[in-house]
Design a protein around this ligand. Structure first.
Ligand code: VG1
Ligand code: CO
Length: 551
């Protein structure tokens, strides 16, 4: 094939955040913006990593993915990649790309899409894990010195039909995005067990794909394979603008599902996933499972309910701001436990060396070492497995063990970690940065034993993590104030936004007393939330009275 060298100039600001590069789509559509980043990526990898190799290309179906697919394919061919595996119509979820050993994912995840909104790209490599900072830093460096893009002169590839097309030494294969992933799920879970639950007339299931990528997976997996009724799937067709929605599965943005689950005579089990299919929200009848509880409960029940874990999980891990519910499971079952910075890329190394099986983040991310990304559908199947296992001997007419029963029993055994996150989206960057600097200063001067309202400080710091496998250090990962009763308040800035700064405040308090477990989290945490707001002077720094999203 003929390769053209396209001259280009560096473009500012192409630094990847917590999970890939994210900007307004208009920015990505500017001349050479996407091409520069893709070429810089190839410039950052040793040629033997990709020359004549296979890369996967997936995406969540958002606006601009069609054009972007063609650009990425041509640059990959221009740099000597041997083969590109593309999901039909450019659709393949983040977990499915990770399962296929990695490549590119065209998605800004939970950020909205469409001509006025966001676009993004993630790069996963080796065992399918998100590129570590050592690589993303190199890519950023190369975006500042790039001068040419290597483009193969091939026609646009028809992505609407599966099949193989060859251009000289370069091959494009358009694949069904579901089949391999479904096979993996069948090897992890007992599908017959789940099927028996979904077949019951006294159990109703609801899944909201939010017009995002899991729309392509929900019908083949839940309906065709597992026998759920077709009308249990809502918003099941991926759309370029997610039907004007914000594909973020939480109590604010997954409103329709929340209303259904909290309405009269609602389903027994509800779930939703985000833009690229790596997040999940789990709901019971009039009941919300916090993601921090969800991962702890999956970990505590995995061995009996999920065949993949029949030898017991190897180790457990969570991101730093995620509640300590998982810590208690690890402690009780004597499992190795790790606390890593926010973002899935920190789990992969631990999995690769066999120290970690189940992990999660408070941000609706749950997963295991079956792949190297968080996995929304996996989490739903894990919960269905737990509910199915608990009810497998129940006769028709007997009361089923519900989602809320499972959670409440867990709290009774382990205690409850009340948890909430306040997000202040699109704040002015200057004020937000100043607030974090102020808190950093405060934390470094603070001493154990100091009084903060009714709380006594155990320690305060800016979280830093040394990877036990490769020794790499990630610093400035969030300012935390940890009190002697285990309560925590944590502050960090989001690394996934496309405009201004998003301040995240995480609040957690442990409650061993079962008589208090039914309290509303917002009520139970009120004193600690007030303390967090006053300690940080958040109102003064950001001018914000109220958070944009509470989870
Ligand atoms: C957020 C979450 C983080 C998650 C990341 C990617 O990052 O807090 O836990 O891993 O999004 O999620 P930040 O920096 O905005 O807080 V997603 O579904 O890309 O893919
Ligand atoms: Co996502």
């Amino acid at each position: 094939i003929k390769i053209t060298s396209v001259p280009t100039k560096p473009i500012e600001g192409q630094k990847t955040g917590t999970s890939g590069l994210r900007k307004k789509v208009k920015v990505f559509m500017e001349e050479n913006y996407l091409s520069n980043w893709i070429q810089s990526l190839f410039n950052s990898l040793p040629p033997e990593d990709y020359k004549n190799g296979v890369l996967v290309l997936g995406g969540d179906g958002r606006y601009f993915n069609r054009e972007a697919s063609q650009i990425i394919i041509k640059i990959a061919a221009g740099n000597g990649v041997g083969k590109i595996l593309v999901g039909r119509d450019g659709i393949m979820s983040t977990p499915a790309v990770s399962a296929a050993n990695g490549g590119f994912i065209m998605s800004a995840s939970h950020n909205p899409g469409g001509p006025e909104y966001d676009w993004g790209i993630k790069f996963n490599y080796n065992s399918g894990q998100p590129a570590p900072e050592s690589i993303t830093d190199k890519i950023y460096g190369n975006t500042l010195s790039i001068s040419e893009i290597k483009m193969a002169e091939i026609p646009d590839v028809d992505l609407s039909r599966t099949g193989v097309t060859k251009y000289g030494n370069f091959t494009v294969e358009v694949v069904d995005p579901v089949s391999d992933y479904l096979e993996l799920m069948e090897s992890v879970f007992d599908f017959r067990l789940i099927k028996s639950l979904l077949a019951r007339s006294d159990f109703r299931f609801a899944f909201d794909a939010m017009h995002a990528v899991t729309g392509a997976y929900a019908k083949p997996i839940f309906v065709d394979k597992l026998g759920a009724s077709p009308d249990s799937i809502s918003n099941g067709v991926p759309l370029e603008d997610f039907g004007h929605g914000h594909p973020d599965p939480n109590l604010t943005y997954a409103k329709d599902l929340v209303n259904t689950m909290y309405g009269e005579n609602g389903p027994d089990f509800g779930a939703a996933s985000d833009g690229d299919g790596d997040r999940n929200m789990i709901l019971g009848k009039k009941f919300f499972v916090t993601p921090s509880d969800s991962v702890a409960i999956i970990a505590a029940n995995a061995q009996e309910a999920i065949p993949y874990f029949q030898g017991g999980p190897k180790g457990l891990a969570r991101s730093m701001p995620t509640s300590g519910a998982l810590d208690r499971v690890a402690e009780k079952s004597g499992l190795k436990f790790f606390e890593v910075p926010t973002g899935w890329k920190f789990f992969g190394n631990l999995m690769d060396v066999g120290k970690l099986s189940i992990c999660g983040e408070e941000s609706f991310g749950t997963g295991s070492d079956h792949i190297r990304e968080k996995d929304g559908i996996w989490a739903v199947l894990a919960w269905l497995s737990i509910i199915a296992y608990r009810n497998k001997d129940k006769k028709p007419g007997e009361n089923l063990v519900s989602v809320s029963d499972v959670v409440k029993q867990h709290w009774a055994t382990y205690g409850r970690n009340f948890f909430s996150r306040y997000d202040y989206e699109e704040c002015a960057s200057e004020g937000a940065n100043k607030m974090i600097e102020y808190l950093r200063g405060l934390a470094s001067k603070s001493k154990a034993g100091e009084k903060y309202g009714n709380y006594v400080l155990q320690f305060a710091d800016d979280f830093s993590y040394t990877d036990p496998v490769d020794g790499s250090v990630a610093s400035k990962q969030g300012v935390r104030f940890v009190f002697t009763d285990g309560s925590r308040i944590i502050f960090r800035l989001s690394g996934t936004g496309s405009a201004g700064a998003t301040v995240r405040v995480y609040i957690e308090q442990f409650e061993p007393d079962a008589s208090k477990h039914d309290m509303d989290a917002q009520v139970a945490l009120k004193p600690l939330i007030d303390l967090a707001l006053s300690v940080s002077k958040l109102k003064d720094f950001t001018g914000r009275e109220k958070p944009t999203v509470i989870t």
